[in-house]
Design a protein around this ligand. Sequence first.
Ligand SMILES: NC(=O)c1ccc[n+]([C@@H]2O[C@H](COP(=O)([O-])OP(=O)(O)OC[C@H]3O[C@@H](n4cnc5c(N)ncnc54)[C@H](OP(=O)(O)O)[C@@H]3O)[C@@H](O)[C@H]2O)c1
Length: 352
Amino acid sequence: MRASSKPFFVDIADSKTNENEQCHNDKTTKTVLVAGATGYIGRAVVSECVQQGYNTVALVRNATYITSTADGRERYADSFQGAQLVETDVEDAAALTSLIAQVADESGKPVESIISCLASPTGTRREAYAIDYQATLNCLQAGRDERVQAKHFVLLSAFCCHNPLLQLQQAKLKFESEMAAQSDMTWTSVRPTAFFKSVSGQLEAIRGGAPYVLFGDGAVTQCNPIAESELAEYMVNTITDPSKHGKILNIGGPDEPLTNQMLGNMMYQSLGMEPKFVYAPTSLFDPIINTLQWIADKTGEEKWQDAAETVSGALECEKCWLCSRTLYLTYLSPYSSFLLLYSGTHWEILCR
Ligand SMILES: NC(=O)c1ccc[n+]([C@@H]2O[C@H](COP(=O)([O-])OP(=O)(O)OC[C@H]3O[C@@H](n4cnc5c(N)ncnc54)[C@H](OP(=O)(O)O)[C@@H]3O)[C@@H](O)[C@H]2O)c1
């Protein structure tokens, strides 16, 4: 990765921006920066910020890929329409701060908010602390810098952090506590339950004839998945809603939790196929985790620690779904229900 000392602006704006400018005059004078803009939720957040009329800046690590390759354009052009792309290295605190100060200065639009949708790809200890903690902290510190003086910070966290057994969850909590300890910026931590992309993971497998794998009896795990557009809307709305400042907010939807078996049935129904379930006991995970942890402890090698962490992560995901049945707070909308309850076309949308 490289840090650019100068902002690398690529304006993919079109007439949509001008329409928005007329509708949202107050927000067009304010800048919102989105870190982790290329992610599944980050893209939806960028799109939402543009839609709400903010001067939206998407922080990315490879702008050339996004704007100058067919693959990049296909993946990102829609989401980034109306936003400015700025290439930066979020792991380089000094360069990031200078860059954000420069962006705010050159646009003449003060930074209203920084939204972090950064997430480590693997969740291993090293990556979790580098991205979910340190790089996210770099974004917060940049916002607090006297040249930037951003007002509000929004964190994409995770519902599972209420039960922090994994390095990833601990890294997120460590950041949350530092965010809460400062008073230069107001903040909101948004902790969603499952994303659609996570619950639709088995779709391609069952389409190809493989059975749908259930843990336990298929009813022990339940979740309230949320559509990325609705999560993005909720996150962006916290900027202007003081009642959500200084809070950690759990969020999911639709209201009634779905068991894993229900999700499987919905997928089979949408594909017009007969359900074919395989039941796997959750206790299967324990010997695997224990063996990997034993090897990690014996060898002291990080790769084995990472392997144990990865399998634990899968198990904790299952448990988190179970917890979300009772603890989770709803954010309902017809769109979530619609996407979940309707036909195969919609499942395909979710899988992208
Ligand atoms: N999956 C779920 O069901 C679920 C549920 C609740 C909460 N969550 C939480 O949501 C987050 C995942 O969100 P997501 O699915 O939107 O993530 P994602 O698609 O993996 O996006 C991660 C973003 O972080 C960026 N990033 C990662 N490493 C980076 C680095 N070294 N430098 C710069 N940028 C870097 C990625 O940039 P590149 O595109 O350049 O790689 C990308 O923009 C996690 O924190 C997870 O705990 C997930």
